[in-house]
Design a protein around this ligand. Structure first.
Ligand code: ZN
Ligand code: ZN
Length: 168
């Protein structure tokens, strides 16, 4: 049991006087956001109101940490970033659409998701050309789920709808 040294180390680290109640947090000790592991709740609330998300409001030192914050990401519906990519998708479809190959892949992925969700491996990143995937990712039309499955985002669907002549 060599772990006996740990409790004493902790005790001396915390020996800065009696701990205050949680309600008197200093500004730099705001509560963590319950939905992500990178931000305070206040930062995420603010991040959701800007198209660049939490990065826009974080201090420079924390920027890399919060860059991928899911709470203010374009995939998260209800955020300004999400609204912005949807608007961009419509504009993109109308003014300078994807090349035919890329658009076909996007359409395939979108259809696959709706019909045969059980087809294992059908939409993994390996089945499509890198260039096509890079383009689709840049536009945020696809995202990769945990098992490596490609998912079409809301923006991707909005793009396809706009291309099909649907109203925005
Ligand atoms: Zn968050
Ligand atoms: Zn955040």
């Amino acid at each position: 049991m060599s772990a006996a040294t740990v409790p004493s180390a902790l005790a001396s680290a915390g020996a800065g006087g009696p701990a205050g109640p949680l309600s008197v947090l200093r500004p730099d000790e705001q509560p963590d956001c319950p939905s992500c592991s990178c931000c305070t709740a206040a930062l995420c609330a603010k991040g959701a109101t800007h198209e660049l998300g939490c990065v826009q409001f974080s201090n420079p030192a924390a920027r890399e940490t919060v860059r991928g914050c899911p709470c203010s990401a374009p995939d998260k519906s209800g955020t300004v970033a999400h609204r912005t990519v949807l608007e961009l998708a419509v504009q993109h479809a109308a003014e300078l659409p994807l090349d035919a190959e890329t658009e076909t892949v996007l359409r395939q992925l979108a259809g696959q998701r709706q019909s045969a969700t059980a087809r294992a491996g059908a939409g993994t990143a390996d089945s499509f050309s890198r260039t096509v995937l890079r383009t689709l990712r840049t536009w945020r039309y696809v995202t990769t789920s945990e098992p490596g499955e490609l998912l079409v985002t809301d923006a991707g669907r909005r793009y396809l709808a706009a291309r099909a002549g649907g109203a925005a």
